[in-house]
Structures are given as C-alpha cells and as structure tokens.
Design a protein around this ligand. Sequence first.
Ligand code: AMP
Length: 282
Amino acid sequence: MVQNFTIVRTVSELRQVIGEWRRVGLSVGLVPTMGALHEGHFSLVDRSVMENDRTCVSLFVNPKQFSPTEDFDLYPRNEAADAQALQCRGANVLFAPLVEEMYPADAATSVSVPGLGDVLEGEFRDGFFTGVATVVSKLLIQSMADRAYFGDKDYQQLRVIRRLTADLNIPVQIIGCPIIREEDGLALSSRNAYLTTEERAIAPALHAVLLKMVAAIQSGADSASAVQDGTQHLLSVGFMKVDYLAVVDPETLLPLSSATGPCRVLGAAWLGKTRLIDNVGV
Ligand code: AMP
C-alpha cells in the first residue's frame, strides 16, 4: 500500500502536520537520522511504524556534531533515495531542514551532558555530544513525539539522550533498538561506504574482538588484559589506531576492572581514514 508521505523543511510545517495528527488522537514516533539510510535505520523505522499511528523521520547532517577535522563535507547524502525508501517502509513525514532552519544565525543555546558525554567518544570527539544533545533536544521538542527510536549502535549516544530527556522533562519515551549487522558481524553504518575493498574485509575484526573480550572477562580475565589483547589484535590485522576499547558499567559508562555483573564492552578504531565504532552487551 502506498502511504501518504510528505517532506517538510521547516519547524512550523512539521508542527502543522504533527499537530493535525495529535488533534485526532494519533500517536507519533520519531526516528532521528543523518540520512544515507541502511537497514539499521530502517529497523528503527519499522519499529516506530509498528508502535505508532504515524512516523516522522528526520534527516539532518548536524554540523554541530562534527569537529573541523571530521567528515561533514564528505558525509554521504542521498535524500531522494532515502525519501523513496522511507515511503516504502511506511513512514509518513520526512523532516529535512536546512542548517539555517535548525540553527538561525542568532541561536545561542546548547545542551551539554557532562559526565556521560565526556568519556569514551567524548574524549576523542571534541564537542560531539554537545552537538548531538542539542540537535536531539531540538528534534524532540519540535516534533513532540510520543516515542523516539535510537540504535544501540551508538550506545553512549543513547545513554546521553536518556539522561537529557529525563533532565529536561521532555515528555517522550526513548526506545533503544538492537544493532543490525552484516552477516560477517560488521555493524551497518553510513560510514562503511568509505571503506576500500581491502578495509571492508578487515572491518568485522572490530566486532570479533569485542566478542573475544566478552568471552575473556566472562571467564575471569581482568578488563585491562582484555583491552590490551584486543588492541594488539586489531593493530595486527590492519587497524591503524585504536582510540579505545573499554569495559564499562552499562548505565554510568564508568570503567569496570572486571565483569562480575552487567557491563558493556565498547570500541572505536581507525581503518585507514574511516573511524568505526561498535559495542556489545554482557
Ligand atoms: P545516524 O544516521 O548514523 O545518525 O543514525 C541514526 C540512528 O540510527 C541512530 O539512532 C543510530 O544509532 C541508528 N543506527 C545506525 N546504525 C545502526 C545499526 N547498524 N543498527 C541499529 N541502529 C543503527
């Protein structure tokens, strides 16, 4: 069935569309994305379509979460293909604002989540989580969705978003969704498009190493030795640099020296010019 599907570019148009739904009592799901959509994104869309009467997907490559040395200009963009696929998946509106709409020249407010936003990714990507927290806060407030869907792929991001939603009393339910992977274990990511054929063959080693770390700590190894072995392995198979491998508390993201209870094992590493991240739960 072909859904009724529209693309809107301004906050006022978005509010008009969603306001009409709300007036007749329809529930709304939001799926924030930066586009170049793949099955990881679509899994969030499918879940939202299943759980809500209407689904809004946002597509915004957020300049505030890229540092000057990162890949903002290079980031893959294909709005027409994304829009067509979203319509087929049953989404109802695509919110694709221009940068000036999200950040007018006189905008001065930003949202920071110290602590959760300073560790792991925050240590290596200056200003990243302030950029993410600011844009996600805006999207949640602009859409006033009942539910918003995020992937465990960006596990720390999901923790940061849960924190800001609670702290700012934004009336939305945040729903975390499982990581979608290629058959060889590589987590789907828009940035995988940067990988050369050779790098693509090496890339699944990141997930494999995280699984090996889980097995090691579950059989009693301490985190430090699991991290050391994992790092050595990644460098030996062709990763250029390992930003971090870490065993942390799944809520606070603070490091754990061993795994006696629940924990999350996360990693970020460079394969040529591409930075890959991944994580697994224990
Ligand atoms: P992005 O477009 O990379 O900002 O991602 C938008 C949303 O899709 C975020 O909530 C991501 O965590 C989620 N996502 C990206 N890749 C995957 C994946 N492989 N599996 C599940 N969710 C994903």
